[in-house]
Design a protein around this ligand. Sequence first.
Ligand code: KIV
Ligand code: NA
Length: 279
Amino acid sequence: KKVTTLSLLAKQRKAQPITMVTAYDYPSAVHVDAAGMDLILVGDSVAMVELGMDTTQPVTMDAMIHHCQAVRRGARSPLLVGDMPFGSYEVNDEEALRNAYRFVKEAGMDAVKIEGNRPSTVRKLVSSGVAVMGHVGLTPQAISVIGGFRAQGRTAVKARQVLDDALELQEAGAFAVVLECVPAPVAKAVTEALEIPTIGIGAGSGTSGQVLVYHDMLGMTSNPHHEQFMPKFCKAYAAVGKAIHEGLGEFKKEVESGAFPSDEYSPYHMSKAEEALFG
Ligand code: KIV
Ligand code: NA
């Protein structure tokens, strides 16, 4: 029951919401797969949530491939989307295709995602056999140009631009498009105008599906010493960071008090005879 671009389209036609969560390594991929998610995005958000970078701009192709390979080993059913990093697809379409092929051939991705309205690049990749997911609205790789992580499409003119961008990506052959941080009515209008599925993040409930970042939606870094930046649109479905903090603290306490390891966790024994010989 491997998810495909075709099965996603069927789901959208039946008005069944599409689910996508990011994953960056083997264990997160195993969890997202086991939860039955339709898609896994190996997002360049890895830069921020796994590598501690301030933006997504510095993450390299090699780093993305490394993470995608681990995700591939952990996921069977979801459609796997590799996020093309900043600088890997803008210079020219040939370079974009070479890098897209790396996601498919070296890392086993089923598709790639590129940010912004780049119809010629999408056309090049799709005509060369690579499925492409679009991404419009807030495109974090353009942070230096935008000036900050903020909502997009908030005027009539800008909302029209988001709609036009999405339509152009569909026309160029994208199989789906992410709508990030746009007003709900804009995302709804785009979804109604498109034939391909829209996947929203901070875009309200009118899209064909929803995506959240793994670490954010699981409350991964929430602990008393580290203020997690939690986007306003993201709901925390777990407090994994709190559980990790408590587990680590308990281990330290028990080692320091001598409570760990108890006999129960000291499983290896010698015969009495050998023990006597050993002295
Ligand atoms: O990198 C990422 O996690 C993303 C999603 C937020 C769509 O691009
Ligand atoms: Na991304």
